[in-house]
Design a protein around this ligand. Structure first.
Ligand code: NAP
Ligand code: GLV
Ligand code: GLV
Length: 383
């Protein structure tokens, strides 16, 4: 492997940490150095293959910070274990690229980066919602092509979303943040489908309704949908926020698309395979009034045949969490995950991770997915 493609920080550090892609910000490097790490950062442009990652880990590697585009399967975790590895962190909240059972079998704690990217990703979902509903991509292409010659009463008529019904599929951190943005910002009624009802989201709606009542404005509705089918039929716009896994592959297929309103809007910032992309292409072709806003794709970076030719879709290249603040925060959390495991600190187990972004962070790993399975000590468990 080309040595020029690696940047090495703190060469004399006792714990060897491989980072398979350079990350934004500086704090994450400082965290690793403070934990006694020699940090080896891949700076090349090509993606590292599994073989190259195994080669980079070699016979001695204490931990890895890896990317969502890498497939962390049994072979890679066995390789990390054989190299003496004691921790892995994904630079992402989603972990469908990880065989968690394999990591647990190898005794390797696996971290992810929840919370810090919630608002950024929900904001991108809102941006795609309005870009799709108001036909921004199509209108910009028209303008850039020099086709615009006058103001016209019927030019690019779209859908107004204020006061409409918005469906959320997967009301976790990001889905709930998106719901709040649409409720509070745009007075949308919310119908959400998740494995469990969300009392916190419903109590937010109740509090917001007290404010609206004071202003003599109509209340918003926030209701749990018993079935996906019911949600798809009743909503004007649907935004997907489930993880990939737990039976969510092709959760949205041709039959379910057919339940949506012909002029509905579908937004996906979760993972591509949650939608049958070929079925979506067919649906968008057959229903020119239907709109989709996508950030994620079934076979990234490939797109399903026909998708780019469709005028009624708005496409972003998997940039949901791509604000500087969120991406630097993700790097901070990934570094703390690895550093804490290497120095023997416990695992944080509260939903709020803001403490890690401030001065005097807790001596803990912010998020370890297999902490329970590995019997790792929890922070403050003795309190
Ligand atoms: P989260 O808090 O875990 O939320 C996911 C929610 O989905 C959970 O609340 C869960 O339900 C629900 N869920 C799981 N399986 C389900 C099923 N079969 N049917 C219905 N609901 C189901 O995760 P998050 O932080 O919001 O992130 C969500 C996903 O967004 C990540 O997994 C990742 O793939 C994606 N993401 C993408 C980007 C991007 O750049 N586009 C950025 C960040 C995240 P209950 O709580 O009801 O049990
Ligand atoms: C991004 O897609 C993430 O899961 O963090
Ligand atoms: C539009 O630009 C308007 O003034 O109505």
């Amino acid at each position: 492997m080309n040595e020029d493609n690696w940047r090495i920080v703190n060469p004399d550090g006792k714990n060897r940490v491989i980072v398979t892609r350079d990350l934004p910000g500086e704090r994450w490097v400082d965290i690793l150095v403070a934990a006694g790490c020699r940090v080896e950062i891949f700076t090349g442009t090509a993606e590292l293959s599994s073989d190259e990652i195994r080669h980079a880990m070699g016979s001695r590697c204490d931990a890895v910070i890896g990317q969502l585009v890498e497939s962390w399967d049994d072979a890679l975790f066995e390789g990390l274990k054989a190299a003496g590895g004691r921790a892995y962190s994904n630079y992402a909240v989603g972990f469908n690229n990880i065989d968690l059972a394999a990591a647990t079998r190898c005794g390797i704690p696996v971290g992810n980066t929840p919370g810090v990217l919630t608002e950024a990703t929900a904001e991108l979902a809102v941006a795609l919602t309005f870009a799709a509903a108001r036909r921004i991509g199509e209108a910009e292409r028209y303008l850039r092509a020099g086709k615009w010659d006058r103001w016209l009463p019927r030019l690019f008529l779209g859908t107004q979303l204020r006061g409409k019904t918005v469906g959320i599929i997967g009301a976790g951190r990001i889905g709930s943040a998106y719901a709040r943005m649409m409720m509070e910002g745009h007075k949308a009624d919310i119908l959400y489908y998740s494995r469990h009802p969300k009392p916190a989201l419903e109590s937010f709606a109740a509090a917001y309704n007290r404010f609206l009542a004071m202003r003599q404005e109509p209340a918003v509705v926030c209701r749990y949908a018993k079935t996906i089918e019911g949600l798809l039929k009743e909503t004007d716009c649907v935004s997907i926020h489930v993880p990939l896994g737990h039976g969510t592959r092709h959760l949205i297929n041709a039959e379910r698309l057919a339940l949506m309103k012909p002029e509905g809007v579908l937004v996906n910032t979760s993972r591509g395979p949650v939608i049958d992309e070929a079925a979506l292409v067919d649906h968008c072709r057959q229903h020119p009034e239907f709109r989709a806003g996508l950030d994620v794709y079934e076979n990234e970076p490939e797109l399903a045949p026909g998708l780019v030719e469709l005028e009624n879709v708005v496409l972003a290249p998997h940039i949901g969490s791509a604000t500087r603040w969120a991406r630097e925060g993700m790097a901070t959390l990934a570094a703390f995950n690895v550093a804490a495991m290497l120095v023997g600190n416990p695992v944080w187990h509260r939903p709020d991770i803001d403490a890690f972004l401030k001065a005097d962070p807790p001596p803990a790993a912010p998020s370890i997915l297999n902490a329970t399975e590995l019997g790792l000590p929890l922070y403050g468990a003795m309190e």
